[in-house]
Design a protein around this ligand. Structure first.
Ligand code: WTA
Length: 648
C-alpha cells in the first residue's frame, strides 16, 4: 500500500502526489463554492425525481440549515430500486448468522420485494408519511428491510439499539410518539438467545395504542396480545412484491437516532433526506473508494449511527453488497471476522478499535487467513492507538490495504475528518484531514479564537454547514442550538478536543464534555447518575469515565447512601444490586466496571461535585490531586481513597 507513514516519515514527506493535489483542489472548492461542488456530487450520486433549485440555505449561526431545497427523492428508491433494475441478481445483503448456518441473504430484486411487502404492512397498520416507526431488532436482514420500508413510505425510522433495556425503549417510543415498534421474538448472539419481544412487552406495559410487528427468528414461547401484536411472516404474505415509493422533499425527516445528552434525557437527533444521503454516498465513494463489485463488511450495529450510514445507506446507495453479521467477533472462535472476510471475499472491513484490542489480546491470529480481497480497513468510534493501527495494517491488512481512521458523530451523519483510501498518506493514530465540505478548525476552549500553531490542543469546530449534519433534536430545537451552535458562535461544536500537526493533520484526543465512550457505545455520566439516584438506597452519585485497555473507557461510579438505606446487604452485594439496576434501566453495556460506596462525595462549597478528583483517585493518581482546600469538606477525599484502595 505504501500510503502508511510513520509520524517521522510523514513529517519529511510532501503530500503533493497527484491524488493529494486533487484532494486539496476538491476540498477548496467544496468550501469556497459549495453550490457547485455539492450540486455536482448530489446529481452524480443520487437520483432525484425532481431536481433541486438551491443547493444550500441557512447558516450555523441561525441554526436553519437546509440542503437541496425543491428537490424530491426517495431514499429507498436510491438504495434499492435503481440497483434492482440494473443488477437484480446481485447480492444487496449478505447475511451471516450467529452460528454461520441458514443465512437469509437477499439480492437487490429480493430486497425490493421484501421492502415493498413490509411497506404495505406498515401502511395497513396505520403508518402514514411523517409518522415515527421504532425498530428494535437484531442485526438481521429484516432490520434493513424495516429501515428501508419506512423510508419507502415516508415514515421516520427510529432504531433503538437491541442492547437497550425496556426502560430505554419506553423513553424513546414515548418521546418520538411512535405508532408501532418492529421487533423480533429473539436475537441470537454468541450462542445465546435473547428475548427481544419480552423486553418490548415490558416497555409497552403501560403504553396504549402502540402496535408491534414481530419477526419470527426462533420458536420460543412468547406472550402475545391479540389486536396489538402482529406476526411479520403472516402480514407480509398478504401483500404484493411491489409498493410505489413516496416522493419526499429533500428536507423531509429520514430518521431519528437517540443519543446520550448531557442532561440524563437522551436526545432524538433528526436527520433529513437529501443531505444525509449525499453525505453517505460521497463518503462511501471517496473515503472507502467503493467500486461496483465490492463486498463491504461494517461491524457496527444498526442501532448506532455507524450501522445506519455504513451498514445500510452508503453501501446500498452505491449498489454494492453489504454484509450483515448477527453474531459476535469471539463466537465460536476469535477468528470469526477473518472467516467471514474470507468466506464472502470481503473487500472493505470497518470496525471499532475496541474489537481489535480485544482480538489482539485474546491472541487471535488474522495472519493465518488469506483475506486476499481486502483493500480498505476502516476504524471508527474512538481514537485508535498506533500499536493497534499497526496490528490492523500488518496482521489483518498484510500491509497491502489502506487504513482509514474515520472520525465522525451521530450528529455529523457521515465522516468528517478522515483519510481518503488510496489518496491520503496516513499516520497511525491520526484521523488525518477534513472531508469535503468540512471547514475544520481548532479553537481555544475559553476564548473561541483559532489556534494557528501546530500541536496545541483545543476544541474541534466546523465553520460552515455540510449536507449530512443533523438538523435538530426532536421537539427541542433550542437544545440543539445551545448544544452545538452556541458554544462557539457561528461554528458547529463537536464536543471533542483535538490538535493539528505541522502537516495540517488532525489528532482527535477525546471528549471535553461528560460523554463516555465504552466499546464505541456513547453514554453520558448524567444518564448513569440519574439511573443510580432512582435506586431507593442511593442519596447521591457521581460517575466518571476512566481509561480501560479493552473498552477504551470504562464507567466507574461513586455513590453515597441514604441514611435510612438498608445496608445490611453489605457493600459488595449492594454494588451488584446497583449494577443490575443500571442493566435494567439503561442496558448491559452501561454497567459500571466498579461501584464504590462512599460516605460522601467531594463537593465545592456551592455543592458542585468535583469529578476530576474521583477520576484521579480511580486512576491511582491520588498523589496528583492538586489543591483540595476549596472543597466544603476536604477530609472526604481521604475516606474515598481508602475505599478505592481497599477494593483494588
Ligand atoms: C468519538 C460514532 C477518535 C468522538 C461514529 C465522537 C472518535 C464520538 C472517532 C461520536 C475516531 C468517533 N477517532 N474519536 N475515529 N470516531 N469518535 O455519535 O469522541 O456514537 O465525538 O458516533 O465518538 O460517537 P457517536
Amino acid at each position: 500500500m505504501g500510503a502508511s507513514l510513520t509520524t517521522e516519515e510523514a513529517k519529511g514527506a510532501s503530500i503533493i502526489a497527484k491524488g493529494m493535489n486533487e484532494y486539496f483542489r476538491m476540498h477548496a472548492e467544496s468550501i469556497n463554492n459549495p453550490e457547485r461542488f455539492w450540486g455536482n456530487v448530489a446529481r452524480e450520486l443520487i437520483t432525484w425525481s425532481s431536481d433541486f433549485e438551491t443547493v444550500q440555505h441557512g447558516s450555523l449561526d441561525k441554526g436553519n440549515i437546509s440542503w437541496f431545497l425543491g428537490g424530491k427523492l426517495n431514499a429507498c428508491v436510491n438504495c434499492v430500486d435503481r440497483h434492482a433494475l440494473k443488477n437484480p441478481e446481485k447480492y444487496a445483503i449478505i447475511h451471516e448468522t450467529d452460528d454461520g448456518d441458514d443465512p437469509r441473504s437477499l439480492t437487490y430484486i429480493e430486497l425490493l420485494a421484501q421492502v415493498s411487502k413490509v411497506s404495505w404492512v406498515l401502511k395497513d397498520l396505520g403508518v402514514r408519511k411523517g409518522d415515527v416507526v421504532s425498530i428494535y431488532m437484531p442485526m438481521i436482514p429484516e432490520a434493513l428491510v424495516a429501515i428501508l420500508a419506512c423510508a419507502r413510505i415516508g415514515a421516520v425510522h427510529s432504531v433503538i439499539f437491541a442492547g437497550f433495556s425496556s426502560g430505554s425503549i419506553k423513553d424513546r417510543v414515548v418521546d418520538s410518539k411512535s405508532k408501532i415498534i418492529l421487533t423480533s421474538d429473539i436475537s441470537c448472539r454468541g450462542g445465546k438467545a435473547i428475548g427481544l419481544k419480552k423486553i418490548v412487552d415490558e416497555a409497552l406495559a403501560d403504553i396504549d395504542d402502540l402496535k408491534t410487528l414481530v419477526f419470527k427468528a426462533g420458536n420460543p414461547n412468547i406472550s402475545w396480545t391479540e389486536g396489538r401484536d402482529y406476526w411479520w411472516h403472516e402480514e407480509v404474505e398478504k401483500w404484493p412484491a411491489y409498493c410505489p415509493a413516496e416522493p419526499m422533499d429533500s428536507e423531509d425527516p429520514l430518521f431519528l437516532l437517540y443519543t446520550s445528552g448531557s442532561t440524563g434525557k437522551p436526545k432524538g437527533i433528526l436527520h433529513t433526506t437529501g443531505g444525509y444521503l449525499v453525505g453517505a454516498a460521497s463518503t462511501g465513494k471517496y473515503v472507502f473508494d467503493i467500486h461496483d463489485h465490492d463486498r463491504y463488511f461494517c461491524c457496527g450495529d444498526v442501532g448506532w449511527i455507524t450501522g445506519h450510514t455504513y451498514v445500510v445507506y452508503a453501501p446500498l446507495l452505491l449498489g454494492i453488497s453489504t454484509v450483515v453479521f448477527e453474531g459476535t467477533p469471539t463466537f465460536p472462535t476469535h477468528s470469526r471476522y477473518w472467516e467471514i472476510i474470507d468466506k464472502h471475499r470481503v473487500t472493505h472491513f470497518y470496525v471499532a478499535p475496541t474489537a481489535l484490542r480485544l482480538l489482539k489480546r485474546a491472541g487471535s491470529s488474522p495472519s493465518s487467513f488469506k483475506m486476499e480481497h481486502l483493500r480498505v480497513l476502516g476504524s471508527v468510534g474512538e481514537p485508535i492507538a498506533p500499536n493497534i493501527w499497526k496490528w490492523y495494517d500488518e496482521e489483518v491488512g498484510k500491509s497491502r490495504c489502506h487504513v482509514v481512521d474515520t472520525y465522525w458523530q451521530t450528529e455529523t451523519g457521515s465522516h468528517v475528518i478522515t483519510p481518503l483510501a488510496g489518496v491520503t498518506p496516513t499516520k497511525p493514530g491520526a484521523a488525518c484531514l477534513p472531508f469535503f465540505g468540512i471547514d475544520a478548525a481548532i479553537v481555544d476552549p475559553v476564548t473561541g479564537q483559532d489556534i494557528p500553531e501546530p500541536n496545541v490542543d483545543g476544541v474541534l469546530v466546523f465553520k460552515s454547514p455540510w449536507p449530512s449534519m443533523a438538523r435538530t433534536i426532536l421537539g427541542d430545537h433550542r437544545r440543539f442550538h445551545e448544544t452545538y451552535l452556541s458554544a462557539y458562535k457561528g461554528y458547529y461544536f463537536t464536543g471533542d478536543s483535538a490538535s493539528r500537526d505541522e502537516d495540517g493533520y488532525f489528532w482527535i484526543r477525546g471528549r471535553v464534555d461528560d460523554v463516555i465512550n465504552v466499546s464505541g457505545h456513547r453514554l453520558t455520566t448524567a444518564e448513569i447518575e440519574a439511573s443510580l439516584i432512582a435506586h431507593p438506597a442511593v442519596a447521591e452519585s457521581a460517575v466518571v469515565g476512566v481509561a480501560d485497555e479493552i473498552t477504551g473507557q470504562a464507567v466507574v461510579a461513586f455513590v453515597s447512601l441514604k441514611k435510612q438505606a438498608n445496608t445490611a446487604l453489605g457493600d459488595a452485594s449492594l454494588s451488584n444490586d446497583l449494577k443490575l439496576h443500571i442493566r435494567k434501566s439503561i442496558g448491559p453495556f452501561a454497567t459500571p466496571k466498579s461501584i464504590y460506596v462512599v460516605a460522601d462525595l467531594p463537593k465545592t462549597r456551592s455543592g458542585k461535585i468535583i469529578r476530576r478528583i474521583l477520576r484521579k483517585v480511580t486512576m491511582g493518581e491520588a498523589d496528583q490531586l492538586g489543591d483540595v482546600s476549596t472543597l466544603s469538606d476536604p477530609s472526604v477525599v481521604d475516606a474515598i481513597i481508602k475505599v478505592v484502595e481497599h477494593k483494588q
